[in-house]
Design a protein around this ligand. Structure first.
Ligand code: SD4
Length: 342
């Protein structure tokens, strides 16, 4: 278990730790962001935050901000972990997961949805135009098309080539999470590295506080590369990959979704903050809970990112390499390395 000193040292080492992830990494996290503000997972969160900032800086609603922000990596053809050009599942299908939640506790999500490039916007339509929370698979695609979203081929040449390369050595044997370097299918060393790690990271999780102090969150991903067809991760599960509560703050996660779902990760972080923990302490406790129940999870990556209503931010991961982007009126391109438990 990491102690406070360990965390401080990891934080101090942060910029060096993540220097390989991006040259733009800055100093350790500020004590708090000023409102309005937005934070998101990974270095591609910088561009997403700036799209969210365009909404927030004009006095816009946090919900509109997180939707606008999440759409940036969804549209990015160089990003193989979110939206268009996402890596496919074992059978070559690009299946997308997303969820969104507002300050009133309204939420919507889609899981395993194919052929629609902006799952975050479909999730918002589920929230606003249906009595439901979660639509899956073909039903989600059908709903999206009824709502006017274009039907597209999401697998691009680069992603297909990577999948075909993986197929050469894949054995399609489901394996335990503890087999490092494989994800879901034994036999092949994962060409993408540690599941959820630096080179196999997916998912943008985003949390925004608007000028009124209202919070919303969004989470969108193509999930783990080469997953079993039909596998759903944490990102579209409210309370796992995303949770916000306007009395407290919000949390989101990235990494191996199974471990997050098992521990109701984002809900846990928010509830710990409700009980008085700082966002940082809450993220550390949630990671610690995963490792306590399942020590083998040390070989996987899970990262939590959280913010409370005062704009205080926290982040913590099982392994080093998790970065997160911060944006407020002072600085719109902040990027920090999270500390880690191992
Ligand atoms: C999932 N949490 O589908 C997502 C993937 C991810 O870094 O974030 N990987 O489990």
């Amino acid at each position: 278990m990491i102690d406070r000193r360990g965390f401080m040292m990891a934080s101090l080492a942060g910029p060096a730790l993540a220097a390989t992830a991006s040259p733009a990494l800055a100093a350790p996290a500020p004590a708090a962001l000023t409102l309005p503000c937005v934070i998101s997972t990974w270095d591609f969160g910088i561009a997403a935050n700036q799209a969210a900032w365009a909404v927030l800086s004009k006095g816009g609603r946090a919900l509109d901000a997180v939707e606008a922000g999440a759409r940036i990596p969804e549209a990015d053809l160089k990003n193989h972990s979110v939206g268009r050009a996402g890596y496919p599942d074992r059978d070559g299908h690009v299946t997308l997961d997303a969820s969104i939640m507002d300050e009133k506790g309204n939420c919507g999500a889609v899981a395993g949805m194919e052929h629609i490039a902006h799952p975050i916007s479909v999730a918002r339509r589920v929230m606003e135009r249906t009595p439901h929370v979660l639509l899956v698979g073909d039903g989600a695609t059908q709903f999206a098309m009824e709502q006017g979203f274009p039907h597209e081929t999401l697998l691009n040449a680069e992603s297909e080539a990577a999948w075909r390369e993986w197929l050469k050595t894949a054995k399609y044997r489901p394996v335990a999470n503890s087999e490092v370097g494989t994800y879901g299918h034994g036999g092949a060393a994962a060409p993408l590295g540690v599941p959820g790690g630096k080179s196999n990271h997916d998912t943008i999780g985003m949390l925004a506080l608007d000028a009124h102090g209202d919070i919303s969150g969004a989470c969108t991903t193509s999930g783990m590369a080469w997953k079993l067809h039909g596998r759903v991760g944490d990102s579209p599960i409210i309370g796992a990959g995303l949770y916000v509560d306007n009395e407290v703050g919000g949390a989101t996660s990235t990494g191996v979704g199974e471990e997050v779902i098992r521990n109701c990760g984002s809900f846990l972080v928010v509830e710990l903050m409700r009980q008085g923990r700082s966002p940082q302490a809450a993220c550390e406790e949630a990671v610690g809970r995963i490792l306590k129940r399942k020590p083998d999870a040390k070989d996987l990556q899970v990262g939590f990112l959280a913010i409370n209503k005062r704009g205080e931010v926290g982040a913590w991961a099982i392994q080093s390499g998790f970065s997160y982007a911060l944006c407020d009126g002072h600085k719109q391109d902040g990027l920090l390395a999270s500390g880690s438990a191992t």
